[in-house]
Structure formats: C-alpha cells, structure tokens
Ligand binder design. Structure first.
Ligand SMILES: Cc1cc2nc3c(=O)[nH]c(=O)nc-3n(C[C@H](O)[C@H](O)[C@H](O)COP(=O)(O)OP(=O)(O)OC[C@H]3O[C@@H](n4cnc5c(N)ncnc54)[C@H](O)[C@@H]3O)c2cc1C
Length: 410
C-alpha cells in the first residue's frame, strides 16, 4: 500500500484522503489551514444532484455586459485584474457558446447523482444531522422570467432529473415565511442541503485522523521530481517523501501544478456569504431566486445567504460591501427578517472555463493525481470525486467514466 501525500484539506482533499485510506493507503494531508477552512468553509450548502447547468451558457456575454457596470450585481470584475483573467475569460465564453453544453451537463450529472449516498459512506451516523434531502426551490418573480429560463429546464428534463412547476400558493405552502414576490417556482425534490459544510469536512477529517491519517499544517511549495515521478513534496517544514501525490488545492491548484510544468486554467470566482438570524419561521430548504443568483439556505447557526462571482484574483482583499448587499437582497424576500449580519465571509471558487473539474492522472507524471476545479459545485461533487480518485489509484473499474474530467482537455 502506498504512502500518499494529499495537498489541500478542503472537501475535495478530505474526501479523496478518506476513500484512499479505506483502500488501505497511508495518507498525509498538507494544508496551512485546518480542514475545511478554505472555500469549503462557507459555501451555500446546496447539494443538488440536479445541478447540471454550467456557469457559461449561450447568453452569458449579453447577461454579463448588463451586470458589469453595477458594483452590486451578481458578477463583478476588477478592471486592474482583467489582463490576467482575459485568457481564462476567453475560454469561459467559448465553453458557453459551444455545442459542448449537453455533454458538460451530462458530466455534471454523473458526478452529482450519488452525492448524498457517497457522503453517507464517509459520515456514518453524523450524516443524519448534516445532510438533508429537503428539496430545493428555484424561484421566479414573473411568468416572463420563468419562460426565459428554458435552458436549465431542458437540460434537467433531458437528464431525467425530477422537478415540479409550482404556482404562488404552492410556494407559500412550502415556505410560509417567504414574501409574496414569486409567481412561479421549480421544485427539485431529490436535491437538498448540508446544514454545516465546515462541520462536514471537519467530521471527515476527524475520522481520517482517528484511523491513522496525518494532517500537517504547512504549505506545499514544490515537488521533488525524478524520471516522470514525484518523489517528495517540498514544504515549509522540509522535504516529505511520498509514493504518490493528490493535488486538491482548490483555487490555488493552478499555481501549484505550474511547479510540475502543467498549465491548467483555474481562476478564482470569488464569492461571499452573510449569516443572518433565522427568520421566525425558518425556511426548510435552499431557496434560489434566479434573478438575484443567490442561495438562501437554513444552516445550523442561522440563514446563510451566499452568492455573487467576483473576478479579482487570489490576493485582493475582500469587499465587505458585496457581502452586506447579499443581506439586503435577502430582506426583499423575507420582509420580516433583520438584515444585520452575524458574520460575513469570502471564498475562492476554483473554476475551470467549462464548469467541469479536473479529476485524473497528471498527463506528465506516473504518480500524480489531480482533483480540483469544482467551481460552484465542489460540495456536491466532493464525495464522488473522492471515490473516483480512489478507484483510479486502485486501477479498478471507476465509479463513473473519468474521461470528461481529464486534464489534457484544455
Ligand atoms: C459563495 C459560495 C457559495 C458556494 N455554494 C456552493 C454550494 O451551495 N454547493 C456546492 O457544491 N458548492 C458551492 N460552492 C463551491 C464550493 O465551496 C467549492 O467548489 C469547494 O469548496 C472547493 O473545494 P476544494 O477542496 O477544491 O477547495 P478548498 O476548500 O478551497 O480547499 C483547498 C485547500 O487547499 C489549500 N492549499 C492551497 N494551496 C496549498 C498549498 N500550496 N499547500 C497546501 N495546501 C494548500 C487551501 O488552504 C485550502 O484549504 C460555493 C462557493 C462559494 C464561494
């Protein structure tokens, strides 16, 4: 059995480590942060096996152009960073225009379909308090807005994802605390949420440690390579020999694989959340008003309102105004709620141009596996990614076809 170094202790690194450990490997996870304190800390908690719509779709340029001048809009680009983001943005737009959309949706479906089931394998008895197949509501403020959103409906129908169209009375029956703004909704009964994504990763990590896995709080700076293999990871605290490496460093992965001579386009799509006191009648499920592109999810510690995409790189400070705007938007939907934040947060979604992660062997190294780039759906895809990586390392029949996620597609 191998001594495997895993770089990154987010939901992806932890899921990979846990499944690899179950195969008998010895795992060491490197991260300067405690488990789950990167992007995996503050996501919206949505677990939607039906989340199949890529970020870049045919109308993206027109839609983005209408947002770009508004600092409170769902997408914001820091103009000073634009020259660095331009190659990625060009590929992103091309992915949306291409006839690949159906294939991308199918690959997202494969990765997301068994998300709950595979997390249950990792979480044991803790799954009950963390995972909720509560359904999700996609909300529309007018019949015209609903009629315009056909792509998602077509993709979900083509992939056999169950959904129901609801009118305003049915929406209010399901979620009595919502204001009367919504005239239509799509209900996805097989989707749901995790009520504490940080606790989910911490729980998996505790299990790994209990079974002998090691967590080393340090950054991996480089790799010691010899004849197409990595022999050791080079860290702040020295050189650590290993038989194999899994790179799961989220939005930082592009920098890291650059040390291996690989060029893989990953951009940080920075997103925010604000935690608000729970409305008097708590919503039961994630609510997604499509016009605002925010997700409102009932969490263990309040209502989490998460969303927005900001392209400003890994190093720019967080823009608190964008987080507090989320609270103001949520108040439109829950009129009786206070929008005084309990806390705010910013995280780096690790985004590829085509909304599919990179999962699989490095094209140039015999003992390196890549597992990053899950963008806006890394919580959903985490558990199956871990299982797939363990299958690839074991050279057994993979749980899903890994081809769509190969690194050399770029
Ligand atoms: C606002 C927002 C809402 C979201 N909502 C959802 C949602 O509802 N559902 C969903 O599925 N997804 C959602 N996401 C996306 C999801 O959170 C991410 O896709 C996921 O967390 C990515 O996990 P990861 O493990 O790849 O990255 P991370 O959690 O960021 O982990 C990567 C880790 O690598 C470490 N690292 C980096 N460089 C090094 C190095 N050199 N050496 C060692 N360690 C290193 C970092 O410190 C970090 O801990 C959302 C994201 C945001 C921002």
């Amino acid at each position: 059995m191998a001594n495997i170094a895993i770089v990154g202790a987010g939901v992806i690194g932890a899921s990979c480590a846990a499944f690899l450990q179950r195969d008998g490997h010895s795992v060491t996870i490197y991260d300067p942060l405690p488990p789950g304190e990167g992007c995996s800390f503050g996501n919206a908690g949505s677990i939607g096996p039906g989340s199949v719509v890529p970020l870049s779709t045919p109308g993206i340029v027109r839609q983005a152009a209408s947002w770009i001048t508004d600092p409170d809009s769902p997408l914001w680009i820091d103009w000073r960073y634009l020259p660095r983001a331009l190659p990625w943005l060009t590929r992103f737009i091309a992915a949306g225009a291409s006839p690949r959309i159906n294939g991308i949706a199918k690959a997202l479906r494969l990765l997301h379909a068994d998300s709950f089931e595979n997390y249950r394998k990792l979480l044991g008895i803790n799954a009950k308090s963390l995972l909720h197949v509560s359904g999700q509501l996609y909300l529309y403020e007018s019949d015209a807005a609903f009629a315009k959103d056909t792509l998602g409906q077509q993709l979900r129908a083509a992939l056999g994802i169950r959904s129901e169209i609801l009118g305003p009375d049915e929406v209010r029956q399901l979620e009595p605390s919502l204001g009367p703004r919504f005239s239509k909704a799509i209900y996805l009964p097989d989707s749901g949420h995790c009520s504490n994504p940080h606790r989910l990763v911490a729980t998996i990590a505790e299990d790994i440690a209990r079974n002998g896995g090691r967590f080393v709080r340090t950054s991996v700076k480089d790799f010691e390579q010899h004849a197409g293999e990595v022999r050791a990871v080079v860290t702040d605290v020295g050189r650590m020999p290993c038989d194999m490496v899994v790179i799961a460093a989220g939005a930082w992965s592009q920098r890291l694989v650059g040390r291996l001579g690989l060029r893989i386009p990953i951009e940080s799509l920075r997103g925010y959340h604000v935690m608000l006191p729970m409305p008097e009648t708590a919503p039961k499920r994630p609510l997604y008003p499509l016009a605002a592109k925010i997700m409102m999810t009932p969490m263990e510690h309040g209502l989490r309102v998460a969303g927005t995409a900001e392209i400003a790189g890994l190093d720019a400070p967080m823009n608190e105004r964008r987080a507090s705007t989320l609270g103001k938007i949520a108040k439109r939907y829950f009129p009786s709620m206070t929008d005084e934040p309990i806390s705010i947060w910013m995280g780096h979604r690790p985004a590829t141009p085509d909304s599919l992660p990179v999962i699989g062997p490095s094209p140039q190294h015999r003992n390196v596996v890549l597992a990053f780039g899950h963008g806006q759906t890394g919580l959903i895809g985490g558990s199956t990614t871990g299982l797939l990586v363990s299958d690839l390392v074991a050279s057994r029949k993979p749980t899903i076809d890994p081809y769509p996620y190969r690194a050399n597609r770029f």
